[in-house]
Structures are given as structure tokens and as C-alpha cells.
Design a protein around this ligand. Structure first.
Ligand code: GLU
Length: 439
């Protein structure tokens, strides 16, 4: 059987690291087994769903290389959901209710006051046809799925054996009073009709899964394998939900995070395997096994992304950055030496431009007061460019001879005067790239 997975975001906002975990796990499962990965846009809410977000979701996934084999939009499939609703109605598993949100709230409060779980009491099942007609003339009804009150069980790919008492769960509303099909019905119909074999999603969906299993069975579908990953927290275990807005994939991209760094972290975080920088997505897929993930909340620290990003960049061959380097205006004959000299010294791609600006225009020198005379003297001894591989050695030897300085006291002030920084590439390698005399 071909593996079919799906990532099903609602296009109501930008993707963030939490969504990425879901997208990546589903993608890797399909990729590892040569299966199909579906991008499904859960856009049945016409008020909140926006084309701009649907486009952004695709753009973010493409940036990461999480390409999909098929894209589906729930708004194109409303007739399928209506047909499923009819079939549930025919099977006696669908019933119309008329309580307003305020009435439901009141019922819940009463139940809680009496120490009972706030489960919908199924009062609507006792309405006569005449009573329903009267209510229908006042307001539009919503539709609930009638759960069989028995234990719902499945073996979860991450949580292990799960058992939920359906009697502890309210019959889920599948169609709202205004006719809007809700996620639970649409998702089940899609999973069934699209042959989805594996569903990985956040542990906030565990109760949904229990009800969905019964709906799938009522529709005669095959229940997929489910796995619920833990939710991400901040580094101290704090809830991440409020901060997810600043952890959108586009923000991380703008801050220079590299796709493979992000994917490498997310494919391992919360698992028993160590985080390692992968060379490709296929390498991540080969080593991926959902069984390695634990149920405990997973700590995410965005700062972990930057060392991985730097490591990824340090390993890139010239060919991978050639276009960018050319776009900065680096002459073709020095592109290779320039990349070799700077790559170990960049944290993100944006740093490449900074190094080129330094080579082309020079830096604002950093000179300590006590070094002022020394630097003036030293710079007077430096000829105009071009500089060769021996220029630095020849110059510093002459400066040493003249000033008597040596070691760090000789080299560090010169480095800071020439580059404006205390750290950087070997000066002997950097000097030949300078287009102007420093100072
Ligand atoms: N649109 C749902 C969500 O974003 C999909 C959940 C699921 O994977 O079924 O939560």
C-alpha cells in the first residue's frame, strides 16, 4: 500500500515552527517510503481564510524544499462534505440541535457546578418534529455527530496505546447553523477519500482523533495510522503559543536561518536521536522514524538555529553561492579566493555582503588610543594594492623591525585597524582581497 500523508494548514496566518514540525514529519514519512505528500488547505472558514496566506504557506514550504505531490483545497470540495453529511444522516448518526452559544454555555456551567464533565447532554435528541419546526422558524440548527458511547482505542505512533471514553466527549458539531462545514467533517472526508494512510499532527488533536475514528467508521472509510507529536515550548518549558507569531518561518528566513539548519533541528528535536546537521532532505528522510519521538513537551530554542546555519554555510562549495557573490559585484577572478577566505567567518548569508563591502571599500578602523601613533607609523609603511600572498608577512615583519612590537601587541591593533574587527580570516589571506589601501 502506498503511503499517503498530508499537511493540512488553515490559510489563516503564516506558518510557524510549530506547524513546521507537523509538515516536516508528514513530508518525511512520505518521502522515506516513496509515497505521496498532499498539501491540503483547510479553508472552509471563508471569513478567516485568505489567499495571501495560502500563497505564503506554499512559498514557505518551497523555501524549505518540502514540496508536495498534490494540493487540495477544502473550499473546492463542499459537495463532498454535503454528501457525507447526507450519508451520516441516513445512518442515523447526525442530528440537528438548536441551542445558542449562550444556552450551551449555561449548560456547561451548570454541569461544572454539579461536578459533572461539561459534555453536551443530547437534549436535542428528545425534540419532537413539531418542536424542531418551531425552533427552525426562529433560528437555524447546527448538526452534531452521534457518538457511540464506548471506548475509542488506537495505537498511536508516538503516544502508544490510547483509549478515550466517548461518553466523556461531546458529540462534535460538524455543520454550523450558518451552514459552514467544520474541520472535523471536512478532514475526515478528505482523509478517507484521498486514501490518507498516516496522520501526524499535534497532541492538541488527540480528542479530535477519537471522534474522527468513529466518523470515519460511520462513513465506511479506513482508519489511518495516527501519531500525535508533543507541542513545542520555549527553552524554559514556557508556553510558546504567544510567541509563535514571532517564530514564523518567514521571520526566521529574514533572520538568515538556512532551510537545512531548520529542518535538521526540527527532524530530531524531541526524539532520542541527536541533532545533527544533515547534508540533504533525503538524508533526513532516511534517518527518520516517528517511533523515536517522545510524548513530553519539546523545548525549542531559536538560538540553536544559528550555529547550525553557520555550519551549513561553512561547508558550502563556491557553486552554491556563486550567483549571490556575483550579484554583490565580486569580480569573477576573485570569487573563489573571496569565498574561501570568508566562509568560515559568516553566521548568515547577509554576512557575505559585509565582508565584500570591507574588501571593496575598507572598514572603519578601530584603533585604541594607545595604538594611534603605532598604527599611523605602520600604515605609512604599507604600499598601495594590489597585495599578494606575502604582503601581510612582509609588511608586519617591517613594522615589527621598526617599532619593536611583536605577537598580539603587533598583530591585533593592525587587524582592528584594517578590518574594524577583532576577529576574522587569516590576515595574510584577506589582504590580497582588499581593493583599496586601508586607513
Ligand atoms: N487544519 C487543521 C489544523 O491546522 C488540521 C489538523 C489535522 O491535521 O487534521 O489544526
Amino acid at each position: 500500500m502506498t503511503t499517503v500523508t498530508r499537511f493540512a494548514p488553515s490559510p489563516t496566518g503564516y506558518l510557524h515552527v510549530g506547524n513546521l514540525r507537523t509538515a516536516l514529519f508528514n513530508f518525511l514519512i512520505a518521502r522515506k517510503s516513496g509515497g505521496t505528500f498532499i498539501l491540503r488547505l483547510d479553508d472552509t472558514d471563508p471569513e478567516r481564510s485568505k489567499q495571501e496566506y495560502a500563497d505564503a504557506i506554499k512559498e514557505d514550504l518551497e523555501w524549505l524544499g518540502l514540496t508536495w505531490d498534490r494540493v487540495e483545497r477544502q473550499s473546492d470540495r463542499l459537495d463532498r462534505y454535503a454528501a457525507a453529511a447526507d450519508s451520516l444522516r441516513d445512518a442515523g448518526r447526525f442530528y440537528e440541535c438548536f441551542e445558542t452559544p449562550t444556552e450551551l454555555d449555561l449548560k456547561r456551567k451548570k454541569q461544572l457546578n454539579m461536578g459533572k464533565p461539561p459534555v453536551y447532554d443530547r437534549a436535542a435528541l428528545n425534540l419532537s418534529e413539531a418542536e424542531k419546526d418551531t425552533l427552525r422558524s426562529e433560528r437555524s440548527g447546527h448538526w452534531r455527530f452521534l457518538l457511540n458511547q464506548e471506548r475509542i482505542e488506537w495505537t498511536d505512533g508516538i503516544l502508544g496505546d490510547v483509549s478515550i471514553d466517548a461518553a466523556s466527549v461531546s458529540d462534535p458539531v460538524l455543520i454550523r447553523g450558518d451552514g459552514q462545514v467544520l474541520y472535523t467533517l471536512a478532514s475526515v472526508v478528505d482523509d478517507t477519500e484521498m486514501g490518507v494512510t498516516h496522520v501526524v499532527r499535534g497532541s492538541d488533536h488527540v480528542t479530535n482523533t477519537a471522534t474522527q475514528i468513529q466518523i470515519i467508521q460511520a462513513l465506511g472509510g479506513t482508519v489511518p495510522a495516527f501519531a500525535h507529536h508533543s507541542l513545542l515550548t520555549g527553552p524554559q518549558g514556557e508556553a510558546l503559543s504567544k510567541r509563535l507569531g514571532t517564530l514564523s518561518l518567514r521571520d526566521l528566513r529574514a533572520r538568515g536561518v538556512e532551510p537545512l539548519a531548520l529542518l535538521s533541528l526540527m527532524a530530531r528535536l524531541g526524539s532520542s536521536q541527536p541533532v545533527e546537521l544533515a547534508g540533504s532532505i533525503d538524508e533526513l528522510a532516511d534517518g527518520f522514524d516517528i517511533a523515536n519521538f517522545g510524548a513530553a513537551p519539546t523545548k525549542f530554542d531559536e538560538n540553536d538555529l544559528f550555529p547550525l546555519t553557520a555550519r551549513h554555510l561553512h561547508g558550502l562549495p563556491l557553486a552554491a553561492v556563486q550567483d549571490e557573490i556575483a550579484a554583490l559585484g565580486v569580480p569573477g577572478d576573485i570569487a573563489g579566493p573571496f569565498w574561501d577566505v570568508v566562509r568560515e567567518n559568516i553566521g548568515t548569508r547577509a554576512d557575505i555582503a559585509d565582508w565584500w563591502t570591507l574588501c571593496r571599500d575598507g572598514a572603519t578602523p578601530v584603533i585604541e588610543d594607545e595604538d594611534r601613533a603605532f598604527i599611523e607609523e605602520a600604515l605609512a609603511m604599507l604600499p598601495d594594492p594590489p597585495y599578494g600572498p606575502d604582503s601581510w608577512g612582509t609588511w608586519t615583519a617591517a613594522v615589527k623591525e621598526k617599532t619593536g612590537r611583536k605577537g598580539k601587541a603587533l598583530f591585533m591593533p593592525l587587524r582592528k585597524a584594517v578590518t574594524g574587527r577583532a576577529k576574522g580570516p587569516e590576515m595574510g589571506d584577506l589582504l590580497p582581497l582588499l581593493q583599496k589601501k586601508p586607513g
